[in-house]
Design a protein around this ligand. Structure first.
Ligand SMILES: [Zn+2]
Ligand SMILES: [Zn+2]
Length: 252
C-alpha cells in the first residue's frame, strides 16, 4: 500500500553550467534555452516583454483542468507586469513510448513540439504535463516537477495523479501547487536570478525560502506538501520576503 512518505522531491530546479547561446533570433532578444532563473526580470517586468504566451503541452488522457490553467494565469498576473496580457495555449501532443522520462527526454519532447518562442514584446513559456514518471525517482524520492531552463518547466502529472486524490489533496490542487512553485523558480526565487532583499534563503535547501508556510519552502518538495495543502482550497502563497524580492526585480 502506498503511503504519504512516498513523497520525495516535489519540485526541484536544475541549473546547467556551461555555455548556452542565445537563440539566433537576430533581434537581440534573450533565447528560450538559457539557465533557470536567468529570465526572471523579463518574466516579472514589462521592460522588454509586455505580453506572455504559455504553451501547455500534454499527452492523451492528461488534459489540464480549466481551473488549473486559470489559477496559473491568476498567479502570474498577481506578480508579473504583463499589461498586454497573458495567454495560455494548451495542446495535446504525441509522446514517446518509454516507461519514464529523463531530463534529456523532456528536452527532446520540448524541442520536437515547442512552437512559441520569444518575439518582440512577447515572452514565451513552455509547460509540459508529463504522462510518465521521472526516470530518476528512487524510493521515497518522487519528483513532481522541475524548472529546467529559463522559460521551460515540466510537471510530472502522472506522478501527481498517482499520489493525490485519496491522499489528502486533490490532483488539481497538488498540480497548481507544483506549477506555481516552478513558476516561482522561473521568477528567480530564491536567489535564482532575483536577489533576496533580506536574507531568507534556506541554507540547507538552496534556492528555497526558509518561511515554513511559503510556496517556496523546501518542504513543499516532500511528503509534507500534502500536510501543507490538505484542507486548503488554494495552493500556498508566497510569503512577504518572496513577494518583496519579486517587486524589487520588476514584479508587482
Ligand atoms: Zn523548488
Ligand atoms: Zn518565501
Amino acid at each position: 500500500m502506498k503511503n504519504l512518505f512516498k513523497f520525495g522531491l516535489l519540485a526541484f530546479v536544475l541549473t546547467f553550467s556551461g555555455c548556452q547561446k542565445d537563440d539566433d533570433s537576430g533581434n537581440n532578444l534573450p533565447g528560450n534555452n538559457l539557465n533557470t532563473g536567468s529570465s526572471a526580470r523579463d518574466i516579472l517586468s514589462a521592460e522588454r516583454f509586455g505580453k506572455m504566451v504559455i504553451e501547455v503541452h500534454y499527452a492523451s488522457g492528461f488534459t489540464p483542468d480549466a481551473g488549473v490553467l486559470n489559477d496559473l494565469k491568476t498567479f502570474i498576473d498577481t506578480y508579473a507586469n504583463k499589461p498586454d496580457g497573458i495567454e495560455i495555449v494548451p495542446k495535446q501532443i504525441e509522446t514517446p513510448a518509454t516507461n519514464s522520462y529523463s531530463f534529456s527526454d523532456v528536452r527532446d519532447i520540448e524541442n520536437q513540439n515547442r512552437e512559441v518562442f520569444n518575439e518582440p514584446n512577447t515572452l514565451a513559456l513552455y509547460v509540459f504535463l508529463s504522462d510518465k514518471d521521472f526516470s530518476e525517482n528512487e524510493g521515497n524520492q518522487l519528483t513532481l516537477g522541475a524548472a529546467y531552463q529559463n522559460t521551460s518547466l515540466v510537471i510530472f502529472q502522472k506522478t501527481i495523479r498517482d499520489n493525490s486524490n485519496g491522499f489528502g489533496a486533490s490532483e488539481s490542487l497538488l498540480t497548481s501547487t507544483v506549477l506555481h512553485h516552478e513558476i516561482g523558480h522561473l521568477m528567480g526565487l530564491v536567489d535564482l536570478g532575483t536577489s533576496p532583499q533580506q536574507s531568507h534563503e534556506d541554507e540547507e535547501h538552496p534556492k528555497h525560502c526558509d518561511v515554513e508556510t511559503c510556496l517556496m519552502y523546501w518542504a513543499v518538495e516532500n511528503q509534507r506538501a500534502i500536510g501543507m495543502i490538505g484542507g486548503m482550497n488554494a495552493p500556498p502563497d508566497l510569503d512577504p520576503f518572496c513577494k518583496t524580492d519579486l517587486k524589487a526585480n520588476g514584479g508587482k
